[in-house]
Design a protein around this ligand. Structure first.
Ligand code: SAH
Ligand code: SF4
Length: 379
């Protein structure tokens, strides 16, 4: 029995008045099983998978590789194609786009497109000039239950988990919108949108597998960020196929971290570092520690030195991404001063820790880190 098979058969039996079941999000095995139930050979499952994950078809009419009566049978059985649709687009002056992606139940979730490369490999002459480079920031839940004090998404609370299809579907909807060609263009995925991926672990990892195996994006181009959910980090370490790992550290000691990230009372900084140390790293892989600089709260010289010491002591191959806090309505923190940001970075470097300052993207359209909130308007 393939994963999800029981549930699938039940849905078939009870079809008719049942809510429509999206095909997008099903694994190859599940698609083949669906075809099998309709008396179809396995290659039909493969064709369906190609239509969903390679051709990005949105309606049964588009799926020309399947005979018409088979498309009808799928529809009569209660299936819909189910690729999520972009309901609204907000465009920033820096080229960033924020989308509201419509999920099946009328809810929307936020996804961000950030054009432009990381610059790391530019100028080596091996790339075609017209190659597109971009990063897509993907949401894993609608809202979030973690309650970090500086984050706008936290204000929503957790509305619900996203399904694997809704997570992978955000990526495909944006790839389609931007006319991306897999294999030609360089696309990075960051699971850093709304929600805590490790509190929706199974759907998140199912989505990763779909994106790697069916859509064709390498896992080495993906990064997942967690607020430090220890059981999730431990499971993640055992995955054969997995994105790179980023940890939202955001404070240099438990006292400050408990204030800004109350989840620290459940898992201390040490608990998190211990779990991270047990994640087997690939060649040259480093863990990213994200550190949101909150003016006057965690941005002092001694904080930087404490972070450097923490990471050195943990003996984890790491780098630190410094993020200037992005303001949001009703979130009571201050942006750090530019000179404090620069000092923080240089203290980390002096302490032997590579540190980078992340350029804020799409702040004017509420697309920057921690600004995602399910809004129909741009404010
Ligand atoms: N829930 C996960 C991933 C989504 S948040 C996590 O917390 O890691 C992605 C990043 O945005 C995290 O590093 C988080 O600390 C940061 N962040 C949250 N609110 C922010 C804000 N207002 N300004 C800048 N960064 C913020
Ligand atoms: Fe959730 Fe991440 Fe925001 Fe914390 S920072 S509330 S974990 S989305």
């Amino acid at each position: 029995m393939t994963p999800g098979g029981d549930e699938y058969v039940q849905l078939l039996d009870a079809s008719g008045s049942q809510s429509k079941r999206p095909l997008f999000g099903l694994s190859n095995e599940q698609l083949t099983e669906a075809m099998h139930t309709l008396g179809q050979p396995a290659y039909r499952g493969k064709q369906l998978s190609q239509a969903l994950y390679r051709q990005w078809n949105t309606t049964f009419d588009d799926i020309s590789t399947l005979p018409k009566d088979l498309r009808l049978a799928l529809s009569d059985t209660g299936f819909v194609v189910g690729l999520p649709e972009i309901a609204e687009t907000f465009r920033s002056s820096d080229g960033t786009e924020r989308y509201l992606v419509a999920c099946g139940d009328g809810q929307t979730v936020e996804t961000v497109w950030m054009p432009g490369g990381d610059g790391g490999e530019e100028g080596d002459g091996t790339e075609e000039a017209e190659n597109l480079r971009a990063t897509i920031c993907v949401s894993s839940q609608i809202g979030c239950a973690v309650n970090c004090q500086f984050c706008l998404t936290a204000r929503l609370g957790l509305l619900r988990n996203l399904t694997a299809g809704e997570i992978a579907g955000q990526v495909v909807a944006v790839l389609k919108r931007q006319n991306v060609k897999i294999g030609r263009d360089r696309i990075n995925l960051v699971f850093m949108g709304m929600g805590e991926p490790f509190l929706n672990y199974d759907s998140f990892m199912d989505a990763v597998r779909l994106l790697v195996n069916e859509v064709g994006i390498a896992e080495s181009r993906m990064t997942v960020s967690t607020s430090g959910i220890v059981p999730g980090i431990i499971r993640f370490g055992a995955e054969k196929v997995r994105p790179k790992l980023a940890i939202s550290l955001n404070a240099s000691n438990n006292l400050v971290r408990e204030e800004v990230m109350p989840i620290t009372k459940k898992w201390s900084i040490n608990d998190v570092l211990e779990a991270v140390r047990r994640v087997p790293l690939r060649a040259k892989e480093r863990i990213t520690f994200e550190y949101v600089l909150l003016g006057g709260v965690n941005d002092r010289r001694e904080h930087a030195d404490e972070v450097a010491a923490l990471i050195r002591r943990a003996n984890i191959p790491a780098k630190v991404n410094l993020i200037v806090w992005n303001p949001g309505p009703g979130v009571d923190f201050h942006m750090p001063l530019a000179e404090d940001v620069a000092r923080f970075q240089s203290r980390l470097m002096l302490g032997g820790i590579p540190a980078f300052i992340r350029r804020p993207r799409g702040r004017d359209i509420y697309a920057a880190c921690g600004q995602l909130k399910r809004t129909l308007k741009s404010s």
